[in-house]
Each structure stands twice: as C-alpha cells, then as structure tokens.
Design a binder for this molecule. Structure first.
Ligand SMILES: [Zn+2]
Length: 286
C-alpha cells in the first residue's frame, strides 16, 4: 500500500501532466468498473483541473466547474498518464510500462492532451465526484488528524494521554491521532526519536513526543527526496526504479543488520500485529 510520501510523489508528478493547459479539458470519462467511480461521470466532462491537492493518502483534483475528484489508491491503485510524456505512480508493477488499457484498468479520463488511466487490480481504490466546497466534509477526509508538518509536540503529547496504555507504535499508526504515518515511517520515526515501539503511549515525555513528531517529518522528507517508497522496486516518473529504502531506511527491513548509530543488530518483532523493526540498544523498552 502506498504511504503518504508515495501519494505526494504521485501528486507532484500529476501536477506536471494534468493541471490547466498541461492536460487541457476532460473530453470523456470511461468507467470500466462501476465500483471504481462514484458519481456522475458526465459532470466532469468539459472541465479542466486547476489544482491537485493531497490530504493524508487521498488525492484531490480540483476542477474549474466547482467539482473535485477525490481519489484513494488503497492497496493496488495506480495512476498512469499517457500523453507527450508518461508518468506512473502507485502500486508498482508492469502496468507502469505496459500498453493500456488492460484488464486492470478501471477508469479512463481522456484529456485534450493525454489519457489518465486509473488501474486497480484489487478494486479497493476509487475516484469520487464531490463539490469542491464539500471535500473537507467527505467521510474519508474529515476524520484525518493533522500531518506531522502541521502538528506541535504538545498537541500529540496531549492526544497520547488518551491512549495511555497502548503501545506507541500502534497509536501513531492511528490516522485520527496523527495523519500520514504508515508502517515504514512509524518504525523510522521511533528510531529517530530513540523510543521503543512497545512503550506505553502515556509514558512518553513531552520532549520525547516532540522528537517523535520531528522524526516523522524528517523521515518522510527523506523519502520524498528519494522519489517515494514501497518495499518492492518503485518505478519513478522517469522510468527508473526507486530504491528509497536503501537510501534512507535505518531500521525498516534491516533486521539482522547493524544499527548505523550504535552497531547493535536491528531486531524485527510484532507490535499490535504489525511487523516492527527497532534497535534494542538505541530504543530501550523503559
Ligand atoms: Zn542502535
């Protein structure tokens, strides 16, 4: 599943393809799978994209006719732009370079200057038409907490008190507590702040919590610089494979390897059912 930096990478890539004169007007919307498109396809025909936004892992195309498209990629969604240039982002597989449409194509947005394919093998993702003024009220958007860039340590600290007994790793994965941390970035942010993933959320000091928020920002920014992340190779906008994990991960998928800070072996365990990586020396349990 793409994490926040991957979705931001997609947003930045699509800005260069579909916004205003880059893409031109939407000429048609072909819905090949009904559950992948919610709303009336004809209501966006003739409109242009004026802005691409992201909130958590949702992408929004704001149109010049008062409508917006909210998109969730979920497990296997992809956006592939085929125009003068080709841009692909989302779940990485051969669709990135294949002829389209194919049997995983769910929606085709035909613009004046190219086609945007929404592919989604497992069909959990979707595109939804809403009024632009209603985007923030959408059920998926409204419940999201602030992202690390918008949040101070004290705000997270106060929220942690309400999840006192739960392991900190599980609490920071809760998108209603802090938005944007998936499994990879939660492990990396905890390592950055030298906090054991199983510590009780309520046991963190304000200083530790502030360091954790800082760590969340730092690790996601490093990932963005590396061009986005997933476990498997990620095909970037220029067709090369992203190797972001090698570029920045300190603990994720590094079990058995030496901690770059202290030399201890990185350990993999489970916390709240999720694979969790940490350094037992840098991140003490108490
Ligand atoms: Zn260490």
């Amino acid at each position: 599943m793409p994490e926040l930096p991957e979705v931001e990478t997609i947003r930045r890539g699509l800005v260069g393809c579909v916004v205003r004169e880059k893409g031109g007007k939407i000429l048609s919307v072909k819905v090949l799978e009904e559950k992948s498109f919610i709303g009336e396809p004809s209501s966006v025909v003739g409109a242009s994209v004026v802005k691409m936004r992201r909130r958590g892992k949702a992408l929004m195309f704001d149109l010049d006719n008062g409508k917006s498209l909210i998109c969730h990629l979920r497990m296997t969604g992809q956006f592939i732009w085929v125009g003068e240039e080709r841009f692909a982002g989302g779940h990485p597989n051969d669709n990135f370079i294949a002829d389209l449409p194919n049997k995983q194509t769910r929606v085709i947005l035909e613009f004046e200057k190219g086609k945007l394919f929404f592919n989604d093998q497992r069909k959990f993702g979707f595109i939804k038409v809403v009024e632009t003024g209603e985007v923030e009220k959408d059920a998926f958007i409204a419940k999201l907490a602030k992202e690390p860039w918008e949040m101070e340590g004290r705000e997270l600290y106060e929220k942690l008190q309400r999840h006192n007994g739960a392991p900190i790793k599980s609490v920071i994965l809760d998108q209603t507590v802090i938005c944007g941390l998936g499994n990879i970035y939660a492990d990396e942010a905890l390592f950055y702040a030298k906090i054991h993933p199983r510590r009780k959320a309520g046991s963190l000091s304000l200083a530790e919590t502030s360091k954790l928020v800082e760590g969340a920002r730092v690790v996601m920014e490093r990932s963005l610089e590396a061009g986005g992340s997933t476990i498997r190779n990620y095909v970037k906008s220029d067709g090369t494979k992203g190797d972001y994990l090698e570029l920045f991960a300190e603990v994720f998928n590094r079990q058995g390897q030496s901690c770059r800070r202290c030399g201890e072996k990185i350990v993999k365990t489970k916390v709240g059912g999720r694979g969790t990586h940490f350094c037992p020396k840098c991140q003490k349990e108490c």
